[in-house]
Ligand binder design. Structure first.
Ligand code: PAF
Length: 280
């Protein structure tokens, strides 16, 4: 497994492989790898000759400096895990390699996708994600790039990003990997206290029940029901639950058979913010 921290070196190594006709799949991560990431790597291995994993905790996508500081950094363990799954290349740059001093996030026009849900609570977050993903695509020049559907809004925004930047990369969304009790895989799960970890599966249980309700109830009624369910949960605080149109991520008040709908949720389990979603 080759490990690069200098972008020119990673870039020229990959250009050389591509000139030999090999295809490259990229799995962008912020490290603290869990089995959700490993399932993205497995998908990438199926479709590509070479798999690159990037590990970079991207400062421009954090609107809360404390969250950036506390984000788990486990590079040694991550590299061990990547070796075990036969990853070909790891790109793990320092912040100074990716950003000039005082550089801020580029502003993109995501046509409103960034203003819904997460966008309402995480100011400028998606411009930060767009900025780093655009840079990574320029350095790695992947044929395919893999993103988890847990961050469904991010996935839709990255599809929009490549239509804006015209970078020649296929964006592939992969199903949410869940822990044994339904909790969506996330690097944040390792920071949950025992009490909050025990309560967290309630999130998936609730959205699963919400899905069962769609034949008899309206989106508005289901939203009210979910809000009430969380009022009885001492260890979990609901930030939002919404049912939205998958294509524009706007909240819907009625179900339209011609559209794909998805329920989205964000919950605080103590200090840890968890998100999840389910196709309806
Ligand atoms: O989903 C993530 O881990 C990050 O947002 C990403 C896509 C690696 C960009 O920093």
């Amino acid at each position: 497994m080759k490990v690069f921290s200098v972008k020119e070196l990673a870039s020229s190594y990959i250009t050389d492989l591509k000139s030999k006709g090999l295809t490259v799949g990229l799995v962008p991560t912020m490290g603290a790898l869990h089995k959700g990431h490993l399932s993205l790597i497995n998908e990438a291995k199926k479709d590509n000759d070479v798999v690159v994993v990037s590990i970079f905790v991207n400062p421009t996508q954090f609107n809360n400096p404390a969250d950036l500081e506390k984000y788990p950094r486990t590079l040694e363990e991550d590299l061990e895990k990547l070796k075990r799954v036969d990853c070909d290349i790891v790109f793990t740059p320092e912040a100074s390699e990716m950003y000039d001093k005082d550089e801020v996030a580029e502003i993109f026009d995501f046509e409103g996708l960034d203003k819904e849900m997460e966008g309402k609570f995480r100011d400028n977050h998606f411009n930060g994600v767009g900025t780093i993903v655009k840079k990574l695509f320029n350095i790695i020049t992947p044929n395919n790039a893999y993103f988890g559907e847990k961050d469904f809004q991010q996935l839709q925004i990255i599809k929009k990003l490549v239509s804006i930047t015209k970078q020649p990369v296929n964006i592939i969304g992969c199903a949410i990997d869940r822990e044994y009790d339904g909790l969506a895989g996330s690097s944040r799960n390792m920071r949950l206290t025992t009490k909050h970890r025990a309560s967290a599966p309630f999130i998936y249980k609730t959205i699963t029940k919400a899905k069962e309700m769609i034949t008899s109830f309206s989106p508005v009624e289901i939203e009210k029901w979910v809000e009430n369910e969380f009022k009885n949960q001492p260890n979990l605080e609901l930030e939002y639950f919404t049912i939205a149109d998958e294509s524009n991520l706007k909240t819907v008040t009625v179900f339209d058979q011609n559209k794909n709908h998805r329920a989205f949720i964000a919950v605080f389990a103590g200090e840890i913010r968890l998100i999840d979603n389910i196709a309806l």
